[in-house]
Design a protein around this ligand. Sequence first.
Ligand code: PGA
Length: 252
Amino acid sequence: MIIAGNWKMNLEKNEALQLVKDIASEEVHPDIQVKIAVPFVYLDNLREVVSEQSNFSIGAQNIHQALSGAYTGEISAKMVKSCGIDWTLLGHSERRQFFDETSDLVQEKCKVALQEKLKVIICVGEPQSVRENGNQKEFVKTQLDKSIPKDLETSEIPRIIIAYEPVWAIGTGLTASPEQAQDMHHYIRDILCQRFGSSGNKIPILYGGSMKPQNAHGLLSQDDIDGGLIGGASLKSASFLQIIRIAEGLKK
Ligand code: PGA
């Protein structure tokens, strides 16, 4: 199972270091992969803190779609890779909402990330209005179809992770019920298997959206939920570690 944190634009450097040290000081079962997406400026430092732990990795929250060039203020997959980082989030709903990232752009980013041998966590999820109209599956299918590159090599499939994050549940305290989440995850699993055959079964599908210790067991115990992508509750070692303990207890 994968328990991933997404710090977004939070924490100053000393707080970030302390939080990673607190999490890394706890023994975690080797079947659980702990991942944290941190602000770019801390990538190098924090990677060093966890370098001895094979199941703990630090990743980026985004990359630019070009490998280098005149793009002031941007960070490329090559740069991230050269800092010893091996994965990035892509297409988080906040990137889609506040920075106008479309699924076509996410696909471009995904291509360069895979080319640079990074793993990617591609985020998808419907806004509230779409859920209210009952069109969430069509919406998520379109996002998946467009965000995942068309001509993937077989060797690239194992470097893809999907995160289903209903936008109405992100940072709102509202969570999809375990049944709602499982229903969508199962649907995503079918799409992945149609596209990639049996390899689709091996692509982890994480749930994100107000996951916390109180609801993690119900969500993580669902058949097609292979882990969590956790925002708010990843900013405190106690709550993040509690979710890790719940995942360990499930032995999936
Ligand atoms: P949240 O964020 O857990 O605070 O809802 C999840 C995410 O945005 O990845």
